[in-house]
Design a protein around this ligand. Sequence first.
Ligand code: FAD
Length: 421
Amino acid sequence: MGETIREPAREIPVTHEADVVVAGGGTAGVACAVCAARLGLSVIMVENTVQPGGMVTHVTQWTNDFDNKGGFAREFYEHLVENGILVRPYYNPFRVVPYLDSLLEEAGVLPLYLCRVAAPIVEDGELQGVIVESKQGRHAIRARVVVDATGDGDVAAFAGASFEFGREGDGAIQSISLTHSMQGFPRDRVHLRDELLPMLRQVDPECQLVYDNGYIRRQVDTRAGLLFGTPHVFGYNPLDAESLSAALVALRKQTVELFNLMRQTEIGAELEFGPFGGLPGVRESRRICCDARVTVDDLRAGRSRPDGLFTVTQSIDIHKRVPEDPAIIVERIQPYEIPYGALLPKGLERILVVGRCIGGDHEAQASYRIIADCFAMGEAAALAAHAAVRGGVGLREIDVPALVAEMARRGYKNSHSTASA
Ligand SMILES: Cc1cc2nc3c(=O)[nH]c(=O)nc-3n(C[C@H](O)[C@H](O)[C@H](O)COP(=O)(O)OP(=O)(O)OC[C@H]3O[C@@H](n4cnc5c(N)ncnc54)[C@H](O)[C@@H]3O)c2cc1C
């Protein structure tokens, strides 16, 4: 449908003002909001769902690449271990939610849940804040720095930033999955991966998993089994409302079929149907074109940069993009750095992008998109926003060597920490 309508111009109340508005209270967003507020900035975090954490609390339960991290990432990891929420490498996402609530509250962040960033406020390429939609209707938040932590780069894209999508050539993206929790998982079982398909085939010899790398794991400290990454769909577009909705319906159907089979297996007697994750497991969508672009060559060469903020050691993990792909393509890489420039959308001022949508190519994104690295990006963005606001300068005029040094001082491994060691 090519038809358009003209939305009438209207007055929108400015309901809030802050030094920093963080769009999206997910992985990178929470880290950014907490760190920025701890630096004394006023911070509003706008989150579309009911809770903080994004993928950390809705989708996954597995930690990796934390060893070379300091700051917020280390604090998170150690709190989870000390409180029995994490038994390396798995954590209980349900118990992470109240922990993140307490971090946000103690830091003084104002969270707005069930509130969606609908549009940026842009004047001459400079972000002035965002327009949000909530039960109050449409209202505006003015801010000196906008941090786009929506995962999809919504704010930067709506502000006019160009972006890449999917692999070069055909734009195919990795599969979308859905996490599902089932109750009554046997206490003496922890993990079903290799046994999953044989177990299901005892019930239905024809059974095929759409994705044979998925598994069911008993949640740390509970009798809930988390069906993780097994339902998978390909060829859907997470940026298209109709396509994403169809993906969700297809994923729920796959989950129900799997659950019904599971019920008939040797461990099925007490299994009960539980909740779905509140977000689809979207692995990639927009990658915003930024001053710097992290490439697969950087990963293979183990490249460090003058503005390198922290180190990534995670392999490239590309999950099926099309049915004929292997379940997962894993490529080991050399430790490399994420440059500050990969957080600065080209042609825009007063905005940073953090999380899986920063500037990089399809293969590289399949390495740095993980939780620990998204936390580190959020923390770096908080420091950059602080330097810009307090110094009264643009995000491109801040003292970048000082930012790199501060990340190192906080325990993130980068060239500065290596040089001063
Ligand atoms: C199925 C799956 C399994 C994974 N497994 C692992 C794993 O085991 N270990 C690991 O380290 N990583 C894993 N990852 C990767 C990692 O979890 C994510 O890439 C990372 O958490 C993304 O962080 P983010 O901050 O970019 O986005 P998110 O955590 O998704 O946060 C984005 C937030 O923004 C909100 N939002 C979006 N749009 C708007 C808007 N317009 N207005 C307001 N709010 C908005 C969303 O609701 C969400 O809370 C997995 C990813 C997937 C999909």
